[in-house]
Design a protein. Sequence first.
Length: 182
Amino acid sequence: MLREFTTGMQLVNASLQAGYAVENAFRESLPELKKIYPSDSFIVREFRRIISQLDVSIPIEKALADLSARSHIDDIRNFSEVFQTAKRTGGDLMLIIRNTVSDIQEKSETREQIEADISGKVLEQKIMSLVPILIIAYVNLTSPDFLEVCYCTAAGRLVMTVCLGLYGIAFLWGRKVIKIQI
C-alpha cells in the first residue's frame, strides 16, 4: 500500500510541476495510476474516492485525512498532517510532496534491506541449529564406538546432558534474536 501511495504522490507531484492545482493534480494522476496498477488496487480505489470527495466539495485535506485514517499507515498519516499544515499556511506543496515521497522511498528501501538481512540470518540460524545434530548423527553412523564414551558412562551422560541444555538455550536464544520487528 505504501509503495502504491508513493507512486501516486510522484504522479501528483509531476502534475503539480506541470502547473495543475492540487485538486486537479489528483484528477490527472488517476489515469496514469490505472496504467500502472489494476483498477481494483488500493491506490486506484483511493484516488477515485478522493476525486469523488472533491466532486462534492470536500477539501483535499479532509480527503487525505480520510485516506490516512483508513490506511492505518504512519507514513500516510504523517503526509496527511504535513499536507494539511502546508495547505493552511501556504507552504510549498511541490517541495513537501517531493520530500515526503523521497523520505517514504528511503524508509521503504531501508526496511527492505533490513528484511533481506534478517531473512539471511534466519536461514543461517536454522542451519547452525541443525549442525550439531548432523555432526552427532554422522559420527554415530560412521563410528558408533567413538560416541559410546559419551552416552554409556556416567561422566559422559552428565557432560552430554549439560551440552544438550546449552544447545537448547542457544537454540531458543537464536530464535528470540531473529524475531526482530521492523
